[in-house]
Design a binder for this molecule. Structure first.
Ligand SMILES: Nc1ncnc2c1ncn2[C@@H]1O[C@H](COP(=O)(O)OP(=O)(O)OP(=O)(O)O)[C@@H](O)[C@H]1O
Ligand SMILES: [Mg+2]
Length: 259
């Protein structure tokens, strides 16, 4: 499958998305889209509105204007659960596991929520499969609250995969994760897009890892898309250097060619 090739359908699209919080305008008309099989990086400084944009794409917050389309359908007025049922999964920026439950019980709980009635053995097989997928199969009996940051992120990713997603929105998947684990997580996200045709949309300040993983990147500044570029050109874009990365941008190695 070609990653995010032009022949792939647009999986998620925000058109002129506006978000107002009280007096404050946070998103000023964001238009972007991502195709199946593509990993879109939404990068930009703290406070640019990345999380707010993701919250509006997934339906956690209502927009003040504009339109959200999921797999060609207008979902602007649909609640989060209805978008989830249509194939939209979300890993929020803030930690969101069931802290006192083991990894096994976290995954079993999500499975039962998503799939309803299931036999104990079906749940157990599904849990084992998911845990293996995110390399947590040797941590099944550990309480989620005792996991390392990287392991917890992988558990959150596993939850987002409980219902096989068509679109996966990941807000800072690499935050608090060491470089090796970030790289493993990045590989997982790439594989989801490349092998399963999932449309992945991610935001992260680990720019080097984000650019390695994504097939296209946009720069969000003050609630607006200010630039869009291939990962190899992104770090050299004048607005990226001037408003986000500074001279540090030059130290980022060019991302390796996508397989
Ligand atoms: N619930 C809220 N009420 C009012 N303002 C908010 C709320 N949530 C976020 N904001 C403001 O909206 C702006 C964008 O925040 P947002 O969290 O979307 O930025 P971000 O790009 O995700 O930042 P970071 O990289 O730090 O995660 C910020 O100025 C923030 O203070
Ligand atoms: Mg954020």
């Amino acid at each position: 499958m070609t990653a995010g090739g032009a022949e792939q359908p647009v999986a998620i699209r925000g058109a002129d998305v506006r978000v107002q919080r009280g007096e404050k305008t946070i998103l000023r008309g964001v238009t972007l889209s991502a195709r199946s099989g593509e990993v879109l990086g939404v990068l930009g400084p703290s406070g640019a509105g990345k999380s707010t944009l993701f919250q509006s794409l997934v339906g956690e917050i209502a927009v003040s204007g504009g339109r959200i389309e999921l797999l060609g359908e207008d979902v602007t007025e649909l609640p989060l659960w209805a978008r989830a049922r249509r194939g939209l999964s979300y890993v929020p920026q803030t930690p969101s596991v069931l802290w006192d439950l083991t990894v096994r019980d976290n995954l079993a709980t999500y499975h039962r929520v998503v799939h309803g009635r299931a036999t104990a053995s079906a749940v157990s097989v599904a849990v084992a499969r998911l845990a293996e997928r995110v390399a947590l199969d040797d941590r099944l009996d550990v309480r989620a609250g005792e996991l390392s940051g990287g392991e917890r992120r992988r558990l959150e990713l596993a939850r987002a995969l409980t219902r096989p997603p068509r679109v996966l929105v990941c807000d800072e998947p690499f935050a608090g994760v060491d470089p090796q684990q970030a790289s493993r997580l990045g590989d997982m996200l790439r594989a989801l897009a490349r092998d399963d045709g999932v449309c992945v949309v991610l935001a992260d300040h680990h720019v080097e890892e984000a650019l390695r993983v994504c097939t296209r990147a946009v720069l969000l500044l003050d609630g607006e898309v200010a630039a869009e570029a291939e990962p190899s050109a992104f770090r050299e874009h004048p607005l990226v250097v001037g408003r986000y990365l500074g001279s540090w941008a030059r130290t980022i190695p060019p991302p390796p060619p996508q397989p």
